[in-house]
Design a protein around this ligand. Sequence first.
Ligand code: ADP
Length: 558
Amino acid sequence: MPSTMQDEPLSLATLLRYATTVHADATVRTWTGSGSRVLTYRELGDRAAQLAHALTALGIGRGDRVGTFMWNNNEHLLAYCAVPAMGAVLHTLNIRLFPEQIAFVANHAGDKAVIVDGSLMPAFEQVLPQLRTVRHVIVANGDAAALRAPEGVAVHELDTLLAGHSSTFDFPLLDERSAAAMCYTSGTTGDPKGVVYSHRSNWLHSMHACTTDGMGIRTGDRVLAIVPLFHANAWGLPYAALMVGASLVMPDRFLQPSPLLELMAAERPSFAAAVPTVWNGVLAAVDAAPQDLGHLRAVVVGGSAVPPQLMRAFEDRHGVRIIQAWGMTETSPLGCVAWPPPGIEGEDAYAYRVTQGRFPAPVQARLVGDDGTELPRDGKAVGELEVRGPWITASYYSPDAGTVGSDAFRDGWLRTGDVGTITADGYLTLVDRAKDIIKSGGEWISSVALENAIMAHPDVVEAAVFGVPDERWDERPVVAAALRAGAEADAGVLRAFLAGRTAKWQLPERWTFLPEVPKTSVGKFDKKALRARYSSGELDIVVIDSTSTQTNSDSRAG
Ligand code: ADP
């Protein structure tokens, strides 16, 4: 029996229309290093209409991909608004990849135009000659005339391009299942793979981000999006903000701890989001020069495991509540968010807050064992996490209808490559990524658990643990740690510190100390790079002899 309901498609144009009229005075503000460039949502709406006209005039139509090569700023949000609303597809390029990888991704997606920040022109010039499908480059906040472009590529300056166009645009009624945006995985463990979001998936994801069990984004919030707009849709913050008329605060290229703290002092955001490494840096800076962070009602942190120590330090010393979330580019990205159950507070709440989070109704989750059978949700059984739902990708993008990464899907479920447990009441605890888990003497060592235990030492700023081949045990963990300036701890001290916190046979023998742990393009510990540096002998390894310290044979010997 058909319903009587109107069949109104879920379209990002609706969010744009709503935010720019009902919340016309809300703002997006971009930090300049000493103040903010401010655009009201009314002006954002006018400019989005102008950009839609301008892109149409350049021959960009339905389904055409428009790349962005940009920092988080007003102009990037403008592209987020105009491109999908007019029926084209926003493709956020990761500015931190190598030029060859960026070119691979832009060619694979078939980008027809790219919007580039002026300050990124030197990096983009290295990519541009390798781009096969791009016909137009639009420079925002820079001197377009200075960009060296190959023949056949027209270069435009954003403001000049917009000038003269009408500030109203008749945004088309689109099929809600059509493509709105695409994003490639950051390639932490393999080649980047393309995910194509629909209007419907983005819309539903935004609604979830605005629920109290999602990220709780609401009218009146000032949302600081530190997570890049090219990293999994900035975790959904831009469209969530439009959905409720929350204001956005953008850091542009000022991503170091001190400028971020200056920005926060000036703009007093109520909500912020970034990966743990960013908050690690901010914590050190705000510990050294305390400032009021009481304006932050919550900070969502994800992308990699959040060290419990980081949560406690922010809460105890600065009154900032960190909420852990888990997700992937493939999941739009919100999978689960670690809010404790109602009524559970203080110390008791940590048992829930250190998990990766609780799944919401639209994200179904299951754990699957090595033999493909489903495992119980009892908080104990460890298996690969598989998910499905309306904002989870069903495949990877392939320009020629071929199959890319098809082994990541099973019977309509996305295989996440993450390994963990789920409790009966829906909380996920990740043990590790399948590719990072260390298989030592037939048993598993969670690199994440070791990292968290080591980072609990006050002298440790960062610690990444990665597996290396070992003749006796197949694989053993190596610790790469960065210590605080003036720290006195060394491998022996840290190993002794770990001894009370982890099984003896898991205690690492090999340690290396670096000024900073290498990071991926989205700020995660880069274990691929660490393994490569280890095997080429580049790392200075301190070995604490396992026989002399009588460590790693005990548990397996019985
Ligand atoms: P990439 O896979 O290239 O790193 P993504 O940013 O999409 O790109 O990464 C998704 C992965 O990040 C997840 O599969 C998981 O391994 C990791 N991740 C995300 N959030 C968390 C979290 N809260 N705790 C542990 N790991 C996380």
